[in-house]
Design a protein around this ligand. Sequence first.
Ligand SMILES: Nc1nc2c(c(=O)[nH]1)N[C@H]1C(S)=C(S)[C@@H](COP(=O)(O)OP(=O)(O)OC[C@H]3O[C@@H](n4cnc5c(N)ncnc54)[C@H](O)[C@@H]3O)O[C@H]1N2
Ligand code: MOO
Length: 426
Amino acid sequence: MNAAPNFAFDSPEEAIDALARRLGTTGIQQVELSESHDPTRSLHRRVLASPIVADRDSPAADVSAMDGYAIRESDLLKEGPIEVTGESVPGSPPPPESDTGVIRIFTGAIIPDGCDRVIQREHTDETTAGSPPDSSSLGQIQWTDKAKSIPSGANIRRQGENLSAGSIAIKAGLELTSPRLAALTNFGIQQVDLHAPVRVAVLTTGDELASATNSDQSPLPPWKIRNSNASALLGLLANQPWVDCAPPMHAIDEPAALLPAVQHAIEHHDVVLMTGGVSMGDYDYVPRILQEAGAEIVFHKLPLRPGKPILGAVHQSESKSTLILGLPGNPVSATMGARRFAMPLIRKLAGMTNWEELPPLVMLEEVSEKTLPLHWLRGVRMTQPGLAALVIGKGSGDVATLAATDGFIEMPPHANHAGPWPYFAW
Ligand SMILES: Nc1nc2c(c(=O)[nH]1)N[C@H]1C(S)=C(S)[C@@H](COP(=O)(O)OP(=O)(O)OC[C@H]3O[C@@H](n4cnc5c(N)ncnc54)[C@H](O)[C@@H]3O)O[C@H]1N2
Ligand code: MOO
């Protein structure tokens, strides 16, 4: 399907891809783990810029997977009580092998040379031998029938079977999740290359905001509104270690104020999220101002509800590319637009190779007859795993109903069936 003449792109996906193609990633920070007082916490969910390489085999030697006895096949031929001649414990080198007895071994300890299997202690009889011959004795055991069926190689984790020294343990472009932090520690990493957090500016516009002129009017007159968009956007960006979000900025609907505010935001940030001033009103200066600031307008308006007037732009300078999203001022449009468009693109800038959204799919409990010739973002509440109920509000100004949602689904033009639909959680 071709884009309708007034839309540069047919779908949110295509519009996001067009912006993504114009964006790079943030620079690289080298972090010495010894210099950080709490390296695990400070690295958690940061994005790796270079791969992590294994410094040694994993495991570093053949080790036992069970508590039991490390033996050779010939040991199983021994009848009657067998002397335990030594112990292999984690944290110490293994004892030398013994011709006369067997070695007790604990999970994770090194397999003594010559042993080919580990018999779990529950498959031995450790009580038959009576009192030990002397106090230094490690005891005696006897084989059960089950022990005799344990094959060669059993219960041994082989050196390097997880990963061999020099192999890539964690690829670049991934977030350092808890398992990856474990791998990083396991391989003795002292220094990591991380992508710098994405510097994001939230720039709201509009003279109607309480804080724009005189914030201490009390009670707030009805022609003034509170800056809910700033809170929505800061909330989306909060607690993302790969985002460095500046305190929100605001500009009045006045080109002389808007242009320097936009220029400053572009210069000092990788992403500028603007709200308001992108539709057809006499005071909607954002598209013009972005052009004056030297940004390329990649699209203005998409076949989307809410958020049809959305604007996507990129500003290129010698040192960086800056993403600018002009989100419509209506709170539902601004919040859904930021979730749908800004979040994957910020992940791209943050250096994540898996930045593209893979939204889970949900079914709707009920559908209405109504359809739209647009991509339709519809607020939902999750009711069961995989099942969602529509939360019907009064339109794109209804922030009260939006607050009752867990996220939204995206339906393509003319659709009205139960799904499954991609679900974008808050
Ligand atoms: N003639 C037309 N008028 C409108 C069209 C259109 O196509 N033709 N599109 C409508 C749609 S759809 C939307 S969405 C809005 C988007 O307008 P703007 O982006 O220009 O936003 P504003 O006009 O500045 O504000 C719209 C609405 O949102 C409130 N607002 C603005 N900023 C905030 C904020 N920070 N926090 C909370 N609420 C905010 C503002 O007071 C307005 O009520 O345009 C339609 N009009
Ligand atoms: O698209 Mo606007 O966001 O409907 O209100």
